[in-house]
Design a protein around this ligand. Structure first.
Ligand code: V47
Ligand code: SF4
Length: 360
């Protein structure tokens, strides 16, 4: 029988937690004790430093053939509100970002039925032409799979071509939850969890870093969350290519899942999930509280629960806000730094690859 004291001993001995340990923690009532343990693990890895970056999101299109049931962002091409940016609209956003001192463009979008592969290459070249210093973190594993099919290329050749056009690394979206039953309910058209993992393995083999996410707070069980994190931990053992784990709190407004009356995740679940991720994912350097989804206040409190990254300035966010997220659209670097400082931590501006750029 597992109990909290034996899990705490294991953590202090730096032994890896089992799935049963992780599951026990999800059912354990003492949030503060779990958070304190996660904070110790984080302090040993990262000290008092908390990372954030100055970035800008660009969602080039919301037209998507997948229409996942949790997604309020996507549209049919003929639907009101459907859009696709042209290259000038992308360039002007990148110029704005560069002028504001951004170091990263985060670019993801829907799976558009008609855009040719060349358009995606032009998007990358356009951003690179605005400023070669802007790191382009773009395309989820789901988009990479789709682009490879449009291009008629292997995943490896697709990645190589994108890299030559300016791709710097990949964000962690599209992972959702790997359990095939739950995934089938959430997003039947989307690539499987196995395929997502196989593409990330190729991404890492191509020398590109990526992030990893988990969408939680919908139809999944705690066991599904642990299963999801176990698969990420296993791949990370093999490749070491994941930089950070980002649990994404489900936002239910305007989604088909709302019809089943799923509410928002609560603060307790958000903090527990982040803390357990810190404890279970011993081979991940960073755990990110994405303030857009959990809200600014929970993201700040999460710094006492094992979190060492708050994402970035973002500027224009659609995926969470179309689904009712009540966080702001954007935060300035000074606001993020103040948030971290008021939590008693040291704010460090990083680049996409976690090199420290500036301490506040
Ligand atoms: O894959 C979609 C999620 C993801 C909803 O890598 C939703 O640094 C909550 O992955 N409620 C895209 N989540 C966003 C993403 C991301 C964001 C910020 C940083 C990084 C990074 C990655 O958003 C999708 C999906 O899992 N999502 N709809 C929703 N209603
Ligand atoms: Fe399309 Fe991504 Fe939304 Fe799914 S989550 S419908 S793949 S934009």
């Amino acid at each position: 029988m597992t109990d909290f004291a034996s899990i705490a001993d294991k953590v202090r001995r730096r032994e890896r937690l089992t799935d049963d340990d992780g599951l026990f923690l999800f059912h354990y009532h003492d949030l503060i004790a779990i958070g304190e343990l996660a904070a110790q693990v984080n302090a040993a890895k990262n000290g008092r430093r908390v990372f954030f970056n100055v970035n800008r999101h660009i969602n080039h299109t919301n037209i998507c053939v997948n229409r996942c049931r949790f997604c309020a962002f996507s549209r049919e091409a003929s639907e009101a509100g459907a859009y696709t940016y042209d290259l000038e609209e992308i360039a002007s956003r990148a110029r704005e970002a560069a002028a504001q001192g951004a170091t990263e463009i985060h670019m993801v979008g829907g799976l558009h039925p008609d855009l040719p592969f060349e358009f995606y290459l032009e998007m990358l070249r356009t951003v690179r032409a605005v400023s070669p210093a802007l790191h382009i973190k773009a395309f989820t594993a789901v988009e990479i799979d789709y682009l490879a099919s449009i291009a008629g290329l292997s995943i490896a050749a697709t990645l190589q071509t994108l890299k030559e056009a300016g791709l710097g690394s990949l964000p962690g979206g599209g992972a959702e939850i790997f359990n095939p039953q739950v995934r089938g309910e959430l997003c039947p058209e989307k690539i499987s969890g196995e395929r997502w993992l196989a593409i990330m393995a190729e991404v890492h083999r191509a020398g590109l870093k990526s992030n990893a996410t988990m969408l939680y707070g919908h139809l999944e069980s705690y066991a599904d969350r642990i299963d999801h994190m176990r698969r990420l931990r296993e791949l990370q053992d093999q490749t070491g290519g994941f930089q950070v784990f980002i649990p994404l709190a489900f936002q239910p407004e305007n989604t088909l899942l709302k019809l089943t009356k799923i509410g928002n995740t609560g603060g307790v679940d958000d903090l527990k999930t982040l803390a357990i991720a810190r404890l279970y994912l011993d081979n991940f350097d960073h755990i990110k509280a994405y303030w857009v989804m959990v809200g600014v206040k929970i993201a700040q409190v999460a710094l006492a629960f094992g979190v060492n990254d708050l994402d970035g300035t973002v500027v224009e966010e659609k995926i969470g806000h179309d689904a009712g997220a009540d966080s702001p659209q954007s935060m300035t670097r000074e606001e993020i730094a103040a948030l971290i400082r008021k939590a008693g931590r040291e704010p460090v501006e990083r680049d996409t690859l976690y090199n420290a750029l500036r301490t506040y």
